[in-house]
Write a new protein. Structure first.
Length: 371
């Protein structure tokens, strides 16, 4: 801020405070005339000016205005409400004591009000600073948790990949075809999981930093679902995925790439927490102005207590999966952020007789038939 702008700001502040004094003291004088019309005592009119000084102390920035308004209040009372009126000469010998008492009372009251206002502002500032510090500490803790989770989750697949690669390099010629094929499959599976985790991390950091750019347009939901299913079938070729489209063509307002990522995350979770021989079902239906997409599994399910927490960042639940290393806990938190940014909702419920259903909604779009 330049010197000229600082000077201009101070001048504006003085002008505003002076205007407050003028308005409040004028209002007190007019109210004094009303009191006088109702034949109220001088003490009541004096109280008006004391209250005026209190108000000025609250709405002005400097203590000097409290002092000035106390003096001006005394002068106004002296000029307008003492005999003879409209004169600064008072005939009653007790008036000087009254004026001094009025000034001291008004000044002390104004000073206390100004001090109380300052203390309140300081308390509010301290509260904001504590809140910001707590938020910063929470973010730092979140980052620390993320680093710990990432380092833990990266160690196992990278060890597996490097170990399998070392086996192929050192003794690949001695392995039969089925053993080599299993090693290739393991390397591919671990690599695809790492790719998925990195994609989730990138999306999560972009959303946290507010850099996620949505490219929302009218998309056919069937195309999005089929793309997500193809992606999941490549990484989980042994699982049977059933797609139940209750309505053939449903246009939605969506960023197709992000919604594919949401469905892939939900199917990955369904695969992770259900038996290898059970089916994964993706159901799509239209419900009023929204499309509802549900991913169902037939695993052990989620307790009511955990249903409130599964969308929290880094929450992995108490259920143990067959692959305990896959516990970063970004998937559902990321899904919620993406769906919320689309104007939809996401929820989890029980699959009867057993298992879990995760459902989310997307706004229905309108297809331009002229295109």
């Amino acid at each position: 801020m330049t010197a000229d702008s600082i000077k201009k700001s101070k001048s504006l502040s003085v002008f505003k405070d002076s205007a407050v004094c003028l308005v409040v003291l004028t209002a007190a004088t007019l109210a004094g005339y009303a009191f006088k019309a109702f034949q109220l005592a001088d003490a009541d009119i004096i109280m008006l000016y004391i209250i005026a000084v209190l108000v000025i102390s609250i709405f002005t920035s400097k203590i000097q205005f409290c002092l000035i308004s106390s003096v001006v209040g005394v002068v106004l009372f002296y000029y307008f409400f003492t005999y003879p009126e409209f004169s600064l000469s008072a005939h009653d010998t007790g008036y000087p004591v009254t004026f001094v008492t009025m000034f001291i009372t008004a000044f002390i009251a104004g000073t206390l009000a100004n001090k109380l206002k300052r203390n309140t502002l300081i308390a509010e500032q301290n509260a904001r600073e504590k809140e910001e510090a707590a938020l910063l500490a929470q973010n730092e803790q979140l980052r620390a948790n993320m680093l710990r989770s990432i380092s833990h989750d990266l160690r196992t697949p990278l060890t597996s990949i490097s170990g399998n690669a070392s086996t192929l390099l050192s003794g690949g010629d001695t392995l039969d075809e089925s053993a080599c094929q299993q090693i290739y499959t393991d390397i591919y599976s671990e690599s695809m999981w790492l790719i998925g985790m990195v994609e989730n991390l990138l999306y999560a950091t972009r959303i946290e930093d507010g850099r996620m750019q949505l490219n929302i347009s009218v998309e056919i939901l069937d195309d999005i679902v089929q793309e997500a299913v193809r992606h999941t079938e490549r990484t989980h070729s042994k699982r049977n995925i059933i797609v139940d489209m209750l309505d053939e063509i449903i246009p939605v307002m969506a960023d197709a790439n992000l919604i594919v990522q949401v469905i892939v995350n939900l199917m990955d979770n369904a695969v992770k927490y259900s038996d290898e021989n059970s089916d994964i079902t993706v159901t799509v239906r239209r419900e009023n102005a929204y499309a509802v997409i549900s991913v169902s599994d037939y695993g052990t399910g989620i307790s009511d207590e955990e249903k409130e927490k599964v969308f929290d960042m880094f929450y992995t639940g108490g259920s143990s999966s067959s692959d305990s290393r896959r516990s970063l806990g970004l998937g559902l938190a990321l899904c919620r952020s993406i769906i919320t940014s689309h104007g939809g909702t996401i929820s989890v419920s029980d699959n009867i007789p057993n298992g879990t259903v995760v459902s989310f909604t997307l706004p229905i779009g309108e297809v331009d038939l002229n295109e």
